[in-house]
Design a protein around this ligand. Structure first.
Ligand code: SAH
Length: 346
């Protein structure tokens, strides 16, 4: 028997599958409704499906998703780090951040990461194993939404950021399937403006992807020159900053939209006013918001975060050039789930 995981199928694929086994297409909506609206993963409980279909589904298909294996709570910043186990016993991480006006889930899209940015634990402390498939990406959402319900935390996940482990632009097929589930009005119906995809700067397919889905883009830029970026982020050698900027110009932005530029603040490495000037010049033709991220020390990279004073100087320079700036107080630090700390520590 085939035993296909329904969570890996887009709605169209599910409809086609149902047709191929002699069932009506509209059953796809009913099944997706049980899964995503009613949080039901048991075919037996899908009561508006005829019994023979429920039996067929039970015998030949499954709804397997990664299971929460460990939860770490950080009371200080109201975030939860989850380690989840995939069916083949790999661990992945997701972070849930509860804020006043939103509930954000940060999802992983790979097991490990092939990019090997020098400052990032995910790429250095772990071996890259494989891409996650869409059931494992959307599965993080389903499993953690269920956790929220069981623990009466808050009503719903309102925002999704693809900023966990892995590089979304190198797993586009599964990211796109996940986005379809998240944004389809008759499935989860999440607004595109509440979804952010973060890339380390993979150029191929970038503007097409963002223009097609209309989701928000964050770029982990971190260094304003080719030389320095290549030193710390090896992907820059084949995805030159100059070409990345050209690609970013192809993105269609609505009036109030902007591209988020992530900029890691590393003491005496990229935090001088000269760096700030170069950054302003580099981005002068783009509509951006710059998010300054104090470096979260990880053992593979023994550098220091910039001082608060230096971050303020840097931020004020950018502001004086009329650039939107925010300084991220990194979430999940206490639970070891802050940016770059995704290294599956139990
Ligand atoms: N591969 C994608 C998605 C990962 S997002 C990308 O690079 O954008 C994770 C973010 O955390 C990236 O901006 C990454 O550069 C940043 N990061 C990595 N290591 C970090 C560290 N030690 N401290 C703070 N931020 C870090």
């Amino acid at each position: 028997m085939t035993n296909i995981n329904i969570l890996n199928l887009s709605k169209i694929e599910l409809e086609a599958l149902l047709s191929s086994i002699g069932e009506q297409k509209f059953r796809a909506s009913q099944i997706l409704n049980w899964i995503y609206q009613k949080n039901t993963l048991d075919f037996d409980l899908m009561l508006n499906l005829p019994e023979h279909l429920r039996t067929k589904l039970k015998e030949n298909y499954n709804l397997i998703l990664p299971q929460i294996y460990k939860t770490n709570i950080s009371k200080q910043d109201n975030s939860y780090k989850f380690l989840l186990k995939t069916q083949d016993n790999n661990l992945i991480e997701s972070i849930l951040m509860l804020e006043k006006d939103r509930t954000t889930l940060c999802v992983s899209c790979m097991i490990g990461c092939p990019l090997k940015c020098k400052f990032c634990a995910s790429g250095n402390e772990l071996k890259f194993k494989r891409n996650l498939n869409s059931s494992e990406i959307i599965g993080q959402f389903i499993e953690i939404q269920n956790f929220i319900i069981k623990n009466n935390l808050s009503k719903k996940i309102t925002n999704i950021v693809f900023m966990g482990m892995g590089e979304p632009l190198l797993n586009l097929e599964n990211i796109e399937k996940t986005l379809e589930i998240l944004t389809s009005p008759d499935i989860l119906g999440l607004s595109k403006s509440r979804i952010t995809v973060s890339t380390a700067g993979i150029i191929k397919g970038l503007s097409n992807f963002i223009n097609k889905w209309g989701v928000k883009l964050a770029v982990s830029l971190h260094f304003p020159t080719e030389e320095q970026r290549s030193e710390f982020m090896p992907i820059n050698k084949i995805n030159l900053l100059s070409n990345l900027i050209i690609e970013l110009k192809k993105i269609n932005l609505n009036k109030r939209d902007y591209i988020t530029i992530e900029y890691l603040m590393l003491k005496n490495i990229n935090d001088s006013l000269d760096h700030a000037k170069k950054l302003v010049n580099l981005l002068s033709t783009l509509k951006v918001k710059i998010n300054l991220i104090p470096y979260n020390p990880v053992s593979v990279f023994p550098e220091l975060p910039s001082s608060e004073q230096q971050i303020n100087l840097f931020a004020n320079y950018l502001k004086s050039k009329n650039i939107f700036v925010s300084v991220r107080r990194s979430k999940g630090q206490e639970s070891q789930g802050a940016c770059g700390q995704f290294a599956l520590k139990e």
